[in-house]
Design a protein around this ligand. Structure first.
Ligand code: SF4
Length: 211
């Protein structure tokens, strides 16, 4: 299991209703809620962000394909909207994507580009099975089991562990859940172990350099 991003997208909120700061790889922006929901509409709301993701992925995918083919289509635009419907107790969300190409785009190119748009990476994610897992970070005193070598001590707090699988799928040379002494600090460089400990979502893992 390898995450898409080395550094996760980070969001935070204070008491200001409902401005969230979203930090991505190369900057930050604000999201908000519309006035009707108690916000100030100073940034895109979560639904707009979701649809923006599909819109931008569609446009970038089409532009890459068109440029590779050398077709003369100087402008592309897209409208994305959504609704939900309930049938026989099952709720389905429908996302409609309307793509508009420059006026003189030949019909056969439009047909091919419709297929390309349908297969853009975000379309595929939205149409795959999606699981959202939620972990909560805890901080405080509880029983800690320590695993050390001369260079690093890794602490594990079993009460806090939420079995996210993150440590042992990403650094199996060190985190070995099937073994009795399940953390082996000799399995990787101390800096790599530090990086993995920092990715523990629950606060169950800690580390200390011994030198
Ligand atoms: S990453 Fe943290 S929470 Fe997840 S299994 Fe390892 S110790 Fe437990």
């Amino acid at each position: 299991m390898i995450y898409k991003f080395e550094k996760p997208v980070h969001g935070s909120i204070g008491l200001e209703k409902y401005q969230c700061t979203i930090e991505w790889r190369n900057g930050k922006f604000i999201s908000d809620e519309p006035v009707t929901s108690g916000g100030k509409d100073l940034g895109p709301d979560p639904y707009s962000l979701l649809l923006s993701s599909l819109a931008s992925c569609t446009l970038a995918t089409l532009r890459m394909y068109i440029d590779r083919k050398g077709w003369n289509i100087p402008s592309i635009s897209v409208n994305v909207n959504m609704y939900s419907e309930k049938k026989e107790g099952k709720e389905t969300t429908v996302i409609d994507r309307d793509v508009i190409f420059s006026a003189d785009t030949p019909e056969e190119q439009k047909t091919r580009l419709q297929e390309i748009a349908s297969a853009c990476p975000i379309s595929k994610i939205l149409q795959n099975d999606i699981k959202v897992r939620t972990f909560v970070f805890r901080d405080g005193e509880t029983k800690t089991i320590k695993y050390a070598n001369g260079e690093i001590t890794v602490g594990w707090k079993p009460d806090f562990c939420q079995h996210s699988t993150r440590c042992w799928t990403q650094l199996p040379q060190v985190f070995k859940p099937s073994e009795r002494k399940w953390i082996d600090p000799d399995g990787a460089a101390p800096e790599r172990i530090e990086q993995q400990v920092m990715a523990c979502p629950s606060g169950a893992l800690t580390f200390k350099f011994n030198k």
